[in-house]
Design a protein around this ligand. Sequence first.
Ligand SMILES: NC(=O)C1=CN([C@@H]2O[C@H](COP(=O)(O)OP(=O)(O)OC[C@H]3O[C@@H](n4cnc5c(N)ncnc54)[C@H](O)[C@@H]3O)[C@@H](O)[C@H]2O)[C@@H](O)CC1
Ligand SMILES: [K+]
Length: 460
Amino acid sequence: MLRAHTVAQVRAAEDALMRTLPEGALMQRAAHGLAYAVLDFLGGGYGAKVLLQVGAGNNGGDALYAGAVLARRGVGVEAVLLAPERAHAEGLAALEAAYGRVVDVEDAQRPDVVVDGIVGIGGTPGLRPDALAALERFSEVPVVAVDLPSGVDADTGELAGPHVQAAITVTFGTHKVALLADPAAAAAGAVLLVDIGLELPEAAVEALQSEDVAALLPEPGGESQKYSRGVVGVRTGSERYPGAAVLSVAGAGCGLAGMVRYDGGATDQVLAAHPETVSGAGRVQAWVVGSGGGDQASDALTRSLEDGVPVVVDADALTATPRPVGRHAILTPHAGELARMLEVPREDVEAAPLRHAREAAAAYDAVVLLKGRRTVVAHPDGRARINTTGVPWLATAGAGDVLAGLVGALAAAGLEPFDAASAGAWLHGAAATLASHGGPLRASAVAAALPQAVRGLRTP
Ligand SMILES: NC(=O)C1=CN([C@@H]2O[C@H](COP(=O)(O)OP(=O)(O)OC[C@H]3O[C@@H](n4cnc5c(N)ncnc54)[C@H](O)[C@@H]3O)[C@@H](O)[C@H]2O)[C@@H](O)CC1
Ligand SMILES: [K+]
């Protein structure tokens, strides 16, 4: 499991560890990890040029100490001090002892890499004009961010004005929430974690990794039969929108549940595309409702909720969802749908997806899966998972229908709603990556790649 912690959690863990270590030891661990990441990024040290942007706090201290390590490896290191009188004194002395130079930004040589040590977890969101001006001097040079891209809100992943756009972020001790949650996560680039030995409490936000998904997936045994593996019922699509039915049945029919039952208005098309489907109402272990259901979606939702089994609620059924609906429901909106559900502008949801997914989970007392580049799964008890698989090509019509069906199959197979939603998002993204191969894809290709994504988890 990849774990992300809040600033308060990190500070408490750092304080506890610092009491057991010699002064400055933690910063040395951080700075060495940072220096080696920069060397890796440069592909070697000798003859390269690095410019450090150094703020007033320990984040700047990390950059200065790392600069000293780099300078001893033959890197030409220059440092711009954004608050010269408050720059980390020992870090500065170390840099100067290694023949690194402090320069005014207008005198700096063109570097191969800029190191962003402006602010870390002690920063307020946004960047001050002097920091912004210093960054703009070499705006086309790749940035390695120290701990976080400066300017983002560490605990929420929200932005408030200008921020650094990093190629990579080297973070210390644990991930920060902003490194998982969009929009900030999109500013972090690739994230490298340097272990500095922190003992951390339960994470504020998690991201499932392949081994976590593998452990959650159902495993058929010799005694298994189709009913014991779970039946997923699908009430999506309509005569007018048969495609949504075909695609949600394709997701539900990924093979993780024992059987798919279709009970909607597009039976002929569903059976033509997926002859293994059973048609008509009957007992199921989870329902999927909403996609392309038009006016019938609300009725399908009511009947499905009455069964008391997990219900995946998508698309047209979302606005008909009672509030609270209860913890057997899994709501799967995109930003526009969540905005309508919470009666807020869509831009507000996009600017703060983690916050809005949590608000909706609390308001509906249900698991909420908010689709996006970094899909958020929020539990009404406050837990949240953020999905890191997928490719931009996945933003294609029908992909959400496949996801709803897949999550329904996992719930029918016995996964808790929170696990079904987060494992479903992971597999959906992994299947999209396989289907894409770096190129465009159709939603049906994502569904077709699901068995391969599952197989990949079982044979590492
Ligand atoms: N505490 C520790 O033991 C360790 C801390 N480490 C580093 O220390 C960082 C935290 O250091 P600090 O607590 O000193 O805080 P920071 O260095 O993150 O920032 C605080 C300073 O930046 C200024 N500032 C705040 N917001 C700003 C903005 N928007 N624009 C410009 N300047 C702004 C403030 O005046 C303050 O002096 C971590 O992110 C990490 O990089 C690491 O060395 C690991 C060990
Ligand atoms: K930084």
